[in-house]
Design a protein around this ligand. Structure first.
Ligand code: PLP
Length: 373
């Protein structure tokens, strides 16, 4: 049988970990609170179609994506779960929204006008109105939100199914997060007093879901924690997550070197003593960042081996001088567990001065995704 890939560099996705994480999230929320699992950016690099399939089988109420194309990819895989496009779209993107039962985020008059001009189908077009309470990205400023919603409600072909906001600093500024939430609640109260009922009211991302229980309202929008990564240190005692993604490769070249040999572009690493250098078939072209040059570590035979020299587009060298019996073909773990040690996306993020989100999103399309469980 032809293997699905010839490449030794693979990204393994453990779908049972995703199910586990979803169940852990459900333990934190009220049984009546709905879950919108966020699967944008190819499900944070994990594969949007496979992840959406497992999540919809596991009973999530909604899927959240960033773009219309992502929503279309899910519908084309015959997944029927409701989908919200979290980004603000242009009128030119409306067609699939109308034809494939996709929910859109509405927060511009331009899009509202385009919806007025769109052909009217049998079904109402579902919209969630986005309210800006301090993220400053998209959304109607909260003091103008009620007026905007009243305008939208005049349209009989539209259904305002949801209203939501997004926290800018849920992990680091309790005071501002509370201010955002209070501002959003003012909008909800005003709507209630006018007799306007909206089905879904939501605000909580991963950090809000774990760290700010009051913000759950009746729907939460976790992303990162679905995949088993922690958005913040100190959450490990509040929820037990399992990382779903591992990045693996194999040694393809091995050499013994005397002291004084230079390794890779720019000769930023020179061997100090007699050692062994292994070459891995992965590089920044796969999303293993060049910033990890002379900085990253990988696991070989259960031990840590440092990245030496510059990470190149397709290949990376490691020093395996301290590891016994290393051979060509040996398994190497760049993210994930090997024997008793684990390299997490969070650890790599700290090394790269970024967040785990960026580490997993960066894993390129050249790396085949293999699914288990
Ligand atoms: C990405 C995103 C989320 C999910 O954020 P996490 O921090 O990954 O949980 C939720 N809501 C909106 C609007 C988003 O853009």
């Amino acid at each position: 049988m032809k293997p699905s890939t010839y490449r030794p560099t693979v990204c393994e996705i453990d779908l049972s970990a995703i199910k586990h994480n979803l169940n852990e999230i459900k333990k934190l929320i009220n049984p009546s609170t709905a879950v919108m699992a966020v699967v944008k950016a190819n499900a944070y690099g994990h594969g949007i179609v496979e992840v959406s399939k497992i999540l919809s089988k596991s009973g999530v109420n909604y899927l959240g994506v960033a773009t219309v194309d992502e929503a279309v990819a899910i519908r084309e895989a015959n997944i029927k779960t409701p989908i919200l496009v979290l980004g603000s779209i242009l009128p030119s993107e409306l067609e699939p929204i109308l034809n494939k039962d996709i929910t859109l985020t509405l927060c511009t008059n331009e899009l509202l006008k385009a919806l007025d001009a769109a052909p009217k189908g049998k079904r109402k077009i579902k919209v969630h109105v986005k309210v800006d309470t301090g993220m400053g990205r998209i959304g109607i400023w909260y003091t103008d939100a009620v007026q905007f919603i009243k305008e939208v409600l005049k349209r009989k072909h539209l259904e305002v199914e949801g209203i939501y906001t997004h926290f800018s600093s849920a992990g680091r500024d309790k005071f501002f997060t509370q201010y955002q939430f209070d501002s959003f609640r003012d909008v909800l109260k005003d709507l209630r007093e006018r007799g306007i009922e909206i089905k879904y009211k939501h605000a909580a991302n991963s950090i809000g879901t774990i760290g700010f229980l009051k913000s759950h309202l009746n729907l939460v929008r976790p992303g990162l924690i679905i995949y088993g990564m922690y958005p913040k240190r100190g959450f490990a005692n509040k929820i037990k997550l399992k990382p779903a993604l591992s990045l693996k490769t194999k040694i393809v070249y091995l050499k013994e070197t005397p002291p004084g040999r230079s390794i890779s572009y720019g000769r930023t690493y020179i061997t100090e003593r007699h050692t062994k250098i292994a070459t891995l078939p992965i590089g920044y072209g796969d999303g293993y960042g060049r910033i990890l040059s002379n900085k990253g570590e990988v696991l070989v035979r259960g031990m840590r081996a440092p990245v030496v020299g510059k990470v190149t587009m397709d290949q990376t060298m490691i020093n395996v001088g301290q590891i016994k019996d290393v051979k060509i073909g040996d398994d190497v773990v760049l993210i994930g567990k090997q024997r008793d040690d684990t390299i997490t996306a969070e650890e790599l993020a700290r090394l790269c001065s970024t967040i785990p989100y960026e580490i997993v999103c960066a894993i390129g399309s050249r790396v085949p995704r293999l699914y288990k469980n």
